[in-house]
Structure formats: C-alpha cells, structure tokens
Design a protein around this ligand. Structure first.
Ligand SMILES: *Cc1c(COP(=O)(O)O)cnc(C)c1O
Length: 321
C-alpha cells in the first residue's frame, strides 16, 4: 500500500507537470439533488484522462538507468496514451501491447506520442503472456494500468487537489475499473477527512470489484459487455483490492443507459465532452444510486477520450425526436 510519503512524493513530482484540472459547479444540479456537487474535470487532464498522473509518477519513480532502457505496458485505452506521453516527456522509449482490433483512433493517439505498438490477437493470446515474452527478450520495465503502488500514488493527486480546492468533502464518488483511481482517491481523502464516504461506481455488467469486496476475495469475471470501455476489467489487483477493502464504503452499479444520461447531461448543461467511463460517477448520483441529502459530494469526471463518430453514434438515438 502506498505510504503517506509516497503520496507526498507523487504530489511533488506531478506539480507543474499534470494539469490542475478545474472543479465544475452547478446551482441547478445542487438544487435538483439537494446536495453540493463538486465535479473534478479530469477529462481535461493531459492525454484526456487521470491516467497521466499514475503513469508519469510510476515512470518518474524508476532509477535513471532503468528508465532509460524503456517502458512496456499493455492497454488499448487511456493508460496506453498516458504511458506513451509520460515516456515521451522523459525521452525514453515506450512499447505498448494492444489488441490488433483496438480502435484506430486509440492506436493513432498512442503512436502520436512516439510509442511503438505491438499487436496481438485477443481471441487466441493473453496480453500478459505477450508482455512476458517481450520482457524476457528486452530489458524494459512494465508499468501496469492500476495494480502498482506508484500508479495508485499518482492517481491520489487528483482527489488531493479536489480537497484543496473544494474543502473537506463528506462523500467522494469515483468510477472503478481495476481500482487504481479509487484507491488513490480514498487514501488522499481519508488523510483530510477520515470520515469521508468513498463510493465506487461500476457498470452493471462489470461488477468485479463489487463482488470481490462482498465476498472478501478477488473475484474474476468475463470481459464485460458495456459502453464504458475504461472499466472493462475482469478483476481488481492485489494492491488495489487491499486498499479498497480498507477504504471503500460501497460499490454501486449503473446501466449503460444511465451512463448515457450523464454523458448527455454533461454535454447539454456543462458543455463538456466526456467518455462513458468518465461519466459513471455522475451517472450514479443522477440515477439516485447514492444517498446524498445535505452532503458535500466530490465526483471525479475521469476521462473524455471519445471519437466524434462514437459520440454521435451513442447520442443520436436520444437526440432524435
Ligand atoms: C481507467 C479508467 C477508469 C478506471 O480506473 P481504474 O484505476 O482502473 O479503476 C475510469 N475512467 C476512465 C476514463 C478510465 O480511463
């Protein structure tokens, strides 16, 4: 588990590097929900998601010689772009293992930061196996998407900023995939307000963390079918599970349709373009999945990477009258 020193070190490393993203407020939203809602606009972070924080911190933590030899990761989404950009800042090579059917836009974004992409067939090969084979042949360091103390410490800086800017909050609501963001958020929040309620939000079909916390052991599920592609994880990690067992109060789930309500709300009323996983936290409160009355609530809008084609495909059915 990251220590308080690890969290402070991550803050120092990321100051002036990560964007201090704004906190969005809405009087109408507060009135509708009977609570004070503070939306941390992390879709405006470098590379379009909070993942830049964890990736940069984990790469910064490496010994100089180790970092110079290069970084390896596996992800088709926001973590790939985050690692590619962070490695570019350090001027070290990055290799990203991605399925051969990953969306072209994600591939191009990762390549645009100078990373080398190695593809595999996700129906016949395991990405961990592909990564292991590369590590056996080349002296690269693997930076996983969530299950790493320095990744968790990096993600903690987002909630830390939110508490600095908005004051101590009573509840914090966070999208959950493998649990890196919520683990870091909870550690940061509980340093300021040990009573802050930490609520995680998963897509209905991908509730691996909810099941794991209920059963007190790491539960593995099949790859979930959901529009929330930042949360298609199949199980929490060892590190994230340990932190979540201690620090997370509740995991709630939302349907794809409820997620789209939140994406729609953010576009219409906040003028923000957010990807489905980025809107999960807000989806949970709009769908009354969390008791809010009278509380001061932080919600992390975790990412905004969505292509215009995908955005219009998802929104068109609801915007046609
Ligand atoms: C990765 C990601 C998540 C989930 O984060 P974890 O650290 O895996 O729990 C949520 N939202 C977005 C936009 C993401 O990219």
């Amino acid at each position: 588990m990251p220590t308080e020193i690890d969290l402070d070190t991550a803050t120092t490393r990321l100051t002036g590097v990560a964007r201090r993203t704004p906190v969005l407020r809405s009087r109408l939203l507060d009135e509708a929900l009977g609570a004070e809602i503070h939306l941390k606009a992390e879709h405006l972070q470098h590379t379009g998601a909070f993942k830049f924080r964890g990736a940069f911190n984990a790469i910064a933590a490496l010994e100089h010689d180790v970092r110079e030899r290069g970084i390896l990761t596996y992800s088709s989404g926001n973590h790939a772009q985050a690692v590619a950009r962070a490695a570019q800042i350090f001027q070290v090579p990055a290799t990203v293992v991605m399925p051969n059917d990953a969306p072209t836009s994600k591939r191009q974004a990762t390549e645009s930061y100078g990373a080398t992409i190695v593809t595999y067939d996700r129906y016949t090969e395991q990405r961990e196996g592909v990564a292991r084979a590369i590590l056996a042949a080349r002296p690269l360091t693997l930076i996983p998407p969530f299950d790493h103390p320095d990744v968790i410490a990096g993600q903690s800086t987002c909630a830390r900023e939110l508490f600095e800017d908005s004051g101590p909050l009573d509840q914090l609501i966070v999208s959950v995939g493998g649990g890196g963001l919520i683990s870091g958020s909870a550690l940061a929040a509980h340093r300021v307000n040990p009573k802050c309620r930490i609520v995680g939000v998963e897509p209905e079909t991908g509730n691996d963390v909810q099941l794991s916390l209920q059963q007190g052991r790491i539960v593995e599920i099949d790859v979930p079918d959901t529009i929330a592609d930042g949360q298609q994880t199949t199980s929490p990690g060892q590190h994230t599970f340990a932190v979540m067992q201690q620090h997370v109060d509740e995991i709630v789930t939302v349907s794809d349709d409820q997620i789209l309500d939140a994406v729609d709300y953010l576009f219409r009323f906040q003028k923000q373009v957010v990807e489905p996983s980025g809107a999960c936290g807000l989806a949970a409160i709009l769908a009354s999945k969390v008791k809010l009355t009278g509380s001061r609530v932080g919600v992390i809008i975790s990412g905004g990477n969505i292509s215009p084609e995908r955005f219009s495909e998802l929104m068109k059915p609801r915007w046609q009258t």
